[in-house]
Ligand binder design. Structure first.
Ligand code: FES
Ligand code: FES
Length: 162
């Protein structure tokens, strides 16, 4: 690694990226690492379509600069499934058809994952509060909330983590 590069841990892999601390993480994920599951919506921290996990916490990757990530582990939508098996959240979204165009879905799934890891049995209100910064332009909120509730049930039934 040269002094012009930084290490970035994403989905269990270490990447070398250009040392440019002010670049948004979202741009690096999509344009350099090819992880296009994380979506660009507003670019201003207002829509949640760019949500990723940083050490397990949901973060707007359009608002997080490379220099702020440091050695922390980033997980994108591509990094959630394990050994090809959908997580309970992914399974529930698919089962309930909790998407129309799907543009908001990666951010919703990642946000819901962070919620269920900290609150395995959230109330409807807690789900709405956790995802209130995630915009669905298709208006599919009712199914999205139902899918998060279903994901919590699936995780409990399987005694699996989300
Ligand atoms: S693109 Fe990041 S919050 Fe909208
Ligand atoms: S499913 Fe289209 S934006 Fe949510």
């Amino acid at each position: 690694m040269t002094s012009l590069e930084l290490r970035l841990k994403v989905n269990g892999r270490v990447y070398r990226v250009r040392r440019d601390p002010d670049r948004p993480l979202l741009a690096i994920l999509r344009n350099e690492l090819g992880l296009t599951g994380t979506k660009y919506g507003c670019g201003e921290g207002e829509c949640g379509s760019c949500t990723v996990l940083v050490e397990g916490s949901a973060v707007r990757s359009c608002q997080l600069h490379l220099g702020e990530v440091g050695a922390r582990e980033v997980t994108t939508i591509e990094g959630l499934a394990r050994n090809g098996a959908l997580t309970p959240v992914q399974q529930a979204f698919a089962e309930l058809g909790a998407f129309q165009c799907g543009y908001c879905t990666p951010g919703m799934v990642v946000g819901a994952t962070a919620l269920l890891r900290s609150h395995p049995a959230p109330s409807r209100q807690e789900i709405c509060t956790a995802l209130e910064g995630n915009v669905c332009r298709c208006g599919g909120y009712a199914r999205i909330v139902a899918a998060v509730q279903r994901a919590a049930e699936l995780a409990r039934a399987k005694e699996a983590s989300v």
